[in-house]
Design a protein around this ligand. Structure first.
Ligand code: FES
Length: 105
């Protein structure tokens, strides 16, 4: 089902985290628009959004984990930089009525 997540007010390379369906989801915006991923790195299952106050970041269309620097394609979830080799969970998104919607099973 589609879940209403956040207003479409992020600038490029910004992100926010929200709780949806009991899961922490990172919603961000890169050059191809909005994306949504589970806020959990595939390396050591730590948060992608922050590490001791240091935020994760979106740089050159990749989402970078603040813990050990793994990089991911935020649209597909595929790992694009060590130490991660496995993908993160990416969700389908759409923009409608001024909001970002996330599709969750
Ligand atoms: S937990 Fe993300 S790179 Fe290690």
């Amino acid at each position: 089902m589609w879940l209403k997540a956040i207003p479409t007010e992020l600038s490029e390379n910004e992100f926010r985290t929200v709780e949806l369906n009991g899961q922490r989801i990172l919603i961000g915006r890169a050059s191809k628009g909005y994306f949504a991923v589970l806020d959990q790195c595939s390396h050591q299952k730590l948060a992608l959004s922050e590490a001791d106050g240091l935020p994760g970041r979106i740089h050159r269309d990749l989402l970078e984990c603040p813990h050990h620097g793994a990089k991911f394609d935020p649209y597909t979830g595929q790992a694009r930089g060590l130490p991660a080799v496995r993908p993160i969970k990416a969700f389908q998104v759409k923009e409608e009525d001024g909001f970002v919607w996330v599709y969750m099973e």
